[in-house]
Design a protein around this ligand. Structure first.
Ligand SMILES: NC(=O)C1=CN([C@@H]2O[C@H](COP(=O)(O)OP(=O)(O)OC[C@H]3O[C@@H](n4cnc5c(N)ncnc54)[C@H](O)[C@@H]3O)[C@@H](O)[C@H]2O)C=CC1
Ligand SMILES: O=C(O)C(=O)Cc1ccc(O)cc1
Length: 365
């Protein structure tokens, strides 16, 4: 029997990370990559993210057992149309990674394609192949949106193929998927970007504000650094759901204005109390739709080599440090080192190590 062939269209953050996950558990699967960017294609082959780049899109699609669309939402629609004109193998499964599901599932149905919508609910504000991370999906939810009972077996095949993601596979109806992600992912992106935009005007009037931006503002606006084109596509694709959510959000802000005008202490307190109650009971040990980022902030003193001291100290400990960033927020110190870990255990171990072996001050926010 010939090797199973998987074609991945779009080798950016999600496509390249998925390719690595497939290879991890299925080294014999033959992965063929297709991206519009020559540089990305070159990087993918050089780093063995994919096995080969075909010359003919049509021939590659015909030879594939699974085709993964890991391109922007609108582009995925275009590829469905292309694939509908090609005589694929009867059993070939087409899946995607798009952040919205109703539109694409409907398009695929229109073309009578053997399509199973997919959405790994993990990612990053980074994009492109250089952000490739084979641990990106670990413990995150990976949603499939099959629409026919007969697809059950094919969902199992995809789960097996993607088992290297170590994600938690779940199934949702496409409409429910878009409502949930609208609430938990798309609306938060709108609000985060709105806050940053509002602060931009404010900063012009108060130049020192930017320097002081830290803590809460930084935390809740991280996702505003995401790719603008990707989010334009997502919003337009889920516009019906988001229009309803934005209208509800407007009611929330009007309500707050009203309480403030009337100095309604009780209502304002209840507003924060409700939110705290809900937030405190969210699961914390999984990525889910609210990505878990385990950050440790270390105040770095004005001493040469202090950053190197911390990083070399952590290199001796078996923990997974996923990101290091230097934040300059206070004038009396060089800055604050933001260390991001994969999980809470690693964060706690690192904090203990730094506190035991140095005199640097560690904070969780
Ligand atoms: N970034 C994230 O955190 C997540 C993104 N998604 C979804 O996954 C999909 C891919 O997102 P990312 O990998 O983050 O984006 P990305 O920007 O990192 O990668 C997209 C890739 O598609 C390629 N591409 C664009 N147009 C193309 C075309 N016409 N033909 C071939 N290749 C083309 C680009 O060159 C790029 O390499 C999107 O639909 C996004 O909504 C899903 C979960 C998380
Ligand atoms: O970086 C973050 O916090 C994200 O929100 C990542 C993300 C982006 C798009 C998705 O469809 C799912 C997850």
């Amino acid at each position: 029997m010939s090797k199973q062939t998987v074609m991945i269209i779009g080798l950016g953050l999600i496509g390249s990370s998925l390719a690595r996950c497939i290879k991890k558990n299925h080294p014999n699967v033959w992965i063929c990559g297709w991206d519009k960017s020559n540089e990305t294609n070159k990087t993918a082959v050089e780093n063995k993210v994919v096995d080969y780049l075909p010359e003919s899109f049509e021939k590659a699609a015909q030879a594939s057992d699974v085709i993964v669309l890991a391109v922007p939402v609108n582009t995925a629609q275009y590829y469905l149309k292309e694939l509908s004109t090609i005589a694929l193998k009867k059993e070939t499964i087409i899946t995607d990674t798009s952040s919205t599901k109703q539109e694409i599932v409907c398009t695929a149905k229109g073309y009578n394609l053997n399509f199973i919508g997919g959405h790994p609910m993990a990612g990053s504000h980074k994009s492109g192949i250089f952000a490739c991370d084979e641990n990106l999906f670990e413990n995150a939810y990976y949603i499939f949106t099959p629409t026919k009972i007969e697809q059950e077996n094919q969902v199992k095949q995809l789960e097996e193929l993607f088992s290297g993601t170590r994600a938690k596979f779940v199934q949702l109806d496409p409409k429910e998927h878009d409502e949930i992600t609208g609430m938990l992912s798309h609306l938060p992106h709108i609000i985060a970007s709105g806050l940053v935009n509002q602060a931009e005007g404010f900063n012009q009037k108060h130049p020192r504000a930017k320097q002081l931006a830290a803590g809460g503002f930084r935390d809740i606006t991280r996702i505003a650094s995401s790719d603008p084109q990707m989010w334009t596509d997502i919003l337009l694709s889920n516009r019906h759901v988001l229009l309803q959510m934005l209208s509800k959000w407007q009611k929330t802000t009007s309500q707050l204005s009203f309480w403030l005008e009337n100095k309604d202490i009780e209502q304002i307190h209840r507003f924060f109390e409700n939110a705290k109650e809900m937030r405190d009971h969210l699961p914390t040990d999984e990525k889910g739709s609210i990505p878990a980022f385990y950050d440790l902030f270390v105040d770095v003193p004005d001493r040469p080599g202090s950053i190197a001291e911390i990083t070399s100290l952590l290199a001796k400990v078996p923990i997974s440090l996923t990101n290091i960033k230097i934040l300059e927020t206070r004038e009396e110190i060089i800055g604050v080192l933001q260390l991001t870990f994969k999980n809470e255990k690693d964060l706690t171990t690192a904090k203990m190590y730094i506190e035991n072996k140095t005199d640097y001050h560690c904070r969780l926010q």
